[in-house]
Design a protein around this ligand. Structure first.
Ligand SMILES: NC(=O)c1ccc[n+]([C@@H]2O[C@H](COP(=O)([O-])OP(=O)(O)OC[C@H]3O[C@@H](n4cnc5c(N)ncnc54)[C@H](OP(=O)(O)O)[C@@H]3O)[C@@H](O)[C@H]2O)c1
Length: 283
């Protein structure tokens, strides 16, 4: 059985990958910068490591065959970390983005995109076998975007409400990741992953309201108003990235793929399924 390390195991996607691998009885280890605060099940082996401190990675990678990698660390950290990964393991499943998909939502220049392209180039020349997962909008974005407003009251103020996306449940990304990590035959594959439906942002917020039984008032605001009202933790470049993507996607249906079904044999969960299972986050 392959021995698997999850880097990013405490995040939205990695936590689901870990949970599904553990349920399947896989031999799995989690990396975290702070194992004491990781909040992972007690039976999981959690090892302290930090992508920005490559010397911490050898112990995490000892005896590992395959790595699932989420990298939100600064770009400079990537090459030295990848070198360590390539020294110890054979196969890397990397959480990337739909960099090659010709839909305007995914094609606007921004620092996140440049960073992911740089990471992919390094992986492709690392000598590792690789699989790239390319999810579109994560359903879990709703936790940072709309949950704070819905917890605080009945009004949601948001720009570009008519723009559709196809939010994907992180459990479906994880289900594809588990196949890529555990089965042979995924080396060199690039999986563009979306949810099953094109839903306008307005419809997504309305789905949350209906599912949690609240009458929400959804108000369109301008990008300038949105910038002024954004929480401080959203850096301007992240706000610009989203505004540019939404502006470019006005009037276009969302890009929807059937990749989740093809790889897992199960249809992807709807946004309503995701809200039902995360309803407590909005209350
Ligand atoms: N949001 C979207 O719509 C979207 C769409 C496509 C692709 N993506 C990609 O998805 C990724 C984010 O995934 P996510 O939402 O699951 O992440 P997340 O919830 O933000 O979690 C980030 C994870 O990275 C770990 N981490 C942070 N800094 C680290 C470091 N220096 N060394 C080691 N681990 C570190 C954290 O672990 P500890 O704190 O425990 O160390 C945590 O588990 C990004 O690469 C993004 O580009 C997002």
């Amino acid at each position: 059985m392959k021995r698997i390390l999850i880097i990013g195991a405490t995040g939205h996607v990695g936590r689901q990958v870990l949970s599904q691998l553990t349920a399947a009885g896989a031999h799995v280890r989690a990396l975290s910068r702070n194992p004491d605060a990781a909040g992972l099940p007690p039976q999981v082996e959690v090892v302290r490591g930090d992508l920005t401190l490559p010397e911490t990675l050898d112990r995490c990678l000892d005896g590992i065959d395959t790595v699932f990698l989420v990298c939100v660390a600064p770009p400079d950290a990537f090459a030295p970390a990848l070198e360590r990964i390539a020294k110890h393991t054979r196969h890397l499943v990397f959480l990337s983005a739909p960099l090659k998909t010709a839909h305007p939502l995914f094609q606007q220049p921004n620092p996140f995109r440049a960073r992911a392209e740089q990471f992919e180039r390094l992986i492709e020349t690392s000598g590792l076998q690789w699989t790239f997962l390319r999810p579109g909008m994560l359903a879990s974005n709703a936790l940072g975007w709309w949950a704070p407003q819905i917890r605080a009251g009945d009004v949601v103020r948001w720009p570009y409400l008519a723009v559709p996306t196809a939010p994907i449940d992180e459990r479906d990304i994880a289900a594809v990741a588990v196949r890529a990590l555990c089965e042979d035959g995924h080396a060199g594959a690039e999986y563009v992953l979306t949810g099953p439906q094109s839903l306008r942002q307005f419809e997504q917020v309305a789905t949350i309201g209906r599912t949690i039984g609240r009458a929400l008032r959804i108000e369109e605001i301008t990008p300038e108003e949105w910038r002024r009202e954004l929480p401080e933790f959203v850096p301007p470049f992240a706000a610009n990235m989203l505004l540019d993507a939404w502006a470019a996607a006005v009037g276009q249906p969302a890009f929807v793929t059937s990749t989740v079904s093809k790889i897992t044999g199960m249809p992807p969960r709807t946004f309503r399924d995701w809200v039902t299972d995360n309803a407590a986050e909005f209350q």
